[in-house]
Design a protein around this ligand. Structure first.
Ligand SMILES: NC(=O)c1ccc[n+]([C@@H]2O[C@H](COP(=O)([O-])OP(=O)(O)OC[C@H]3O[C@@H](n4cnc5c(N)ncnc54)[C@H](O)[C@@H]3O)[C@@H](O)[C@H]2O)c1
Length: 275
């Protein structure tokens, strides 16, 4: 007899793997963060959905089980990051899981890139990750789990994505240092590096057929990822199933790291979207 292990899109197993845990999902108002918030709540966590877009965070939190709450945070603003963790600790008595999904990519070739555009990407993706790690590290309960959403671009360069690639590579190394520093308290720090996942962040790219086709050709499993496929790894890293995993990066990309990153800028130039 064979067993069908495949699951339909959006379908999740609902064991209570993170029952009783307090989880803060930053960037939880959309895309991968929203899926992470839904998955953690479905598996028993009390989730705080934090986002610079409070309305989006409230909308996601409103649909979750387990007394989920929404909070505003801007990861580029240290005061707000500190206030987020103080507020959650005061309300819930501690924090067990932190997931950082905030990110942005401002494309441009290095020789053309405004320093301010570079800085915006670094501020949000890398300094933001530092601030989240700093205050999560102070607040997480012993034995907690901190998960950063990095990117395939942490290891695979993409022409025109200098700030993003550098920030995501830095984010992975930041997590490795944090894993060393926080291990004495049993706090685990890990990264997840997704390939192309269908979310609002990449809709501009995936809506251009020639770019989508290039991504598909360079993904051995032949399709984009879904946010819930990243959320399942978040659930693993948040749960005690991963109790001996720290300083690790989980690559989830349909095998895209085995090929090359599409030349997005060339496609945009061919279409006269950029010079
Ligand atoms: N979608 C992909 O293909 C892909 C691939 C690799 C890595 N990633 C990374 O995954 C993470 C999530 O991306 P997504 O695709 O779900 O994007 P998304 O745009 O759907 O969601 C990002 C969320 O972060 C929030 N956010 C933005 N700036 C913020 C700030 N300063 N402070 C707090 N929240 C902020 C946004 O409001 C939004 O709700 C990002 O770090 C992104 O770089 C995405």
């Amino acid at each position: 007899m064979t067993t069908d292990h495949t699951r339909r899109e959006g379908e999740t197993m609902t064991d209570k793997r993170v029952d009783g845990k307090i989880a803060v999902v930053i960037g939880g108002g959309s895309g991968i963060g929203e899926a992470a918030a839904r998955t953690l709540a479905a598996h028993g966590a009390t989730v705080v959905v934090a986002d610079v877009n409070l309305e989006a965070a409230e909308s996601v939190a409103g649909g979750l089980a387990g007394g989920a709450r929404a909070r505003w945070v801007d990861v580029t603003d240290e005061t707000s990051v500190a206030a987020l963790f103080t507020g959650v600790a005061d309300e819930h008595g501690g924090v067990d899981v932190v997931v950082n999904c905030a990110g942005v990519n401002i494309p441009g070739f290095i020789v053309d890139l405004d320093t301010q555009q570079w800085q915006t990407t670094i501020d949000l993706c890398l300094t933001g990750a530092f601030l989240v790690t700093k205050y999560a590290g102070r607040t997480l309960n012993d034995g907690g789990s901190l998960i950063g959403i990095a990117s395939l671009n942490a290891r695979q360069p993409a022409a025109g994505f200098a700030g993003y690639c550098a920030a995501k590579a830095g984010m992975v190394m930041l997590a490795e240092v944090a894993a060393l520093e926080l291990a004495p308290r049993g706090i685990r720090v890990n990264s997840i590096s997704p390939g192309l996942v269908d979310t609002p962040l990449v809709h501009t790219l995936t809506s251009i057929p020639v770019i989508q086709d290039d991504f598909t050709e360079n993904t051995p499993l032949g399709r984009n990822g879904r946010p819930d496929e990243i959320a399942e790894a978040v659930l693993y890293l948040a749960s005690d199933d991963s109790r001996w995993v720290t300083g690790e990066t989980i690559n989830i990309n349909g095998g895209a790291h085995l090929r090359r990153y599409p030349d997005v800028m060339r496609h945009l130039a061919d279409l006269s979207v950029v010079e």
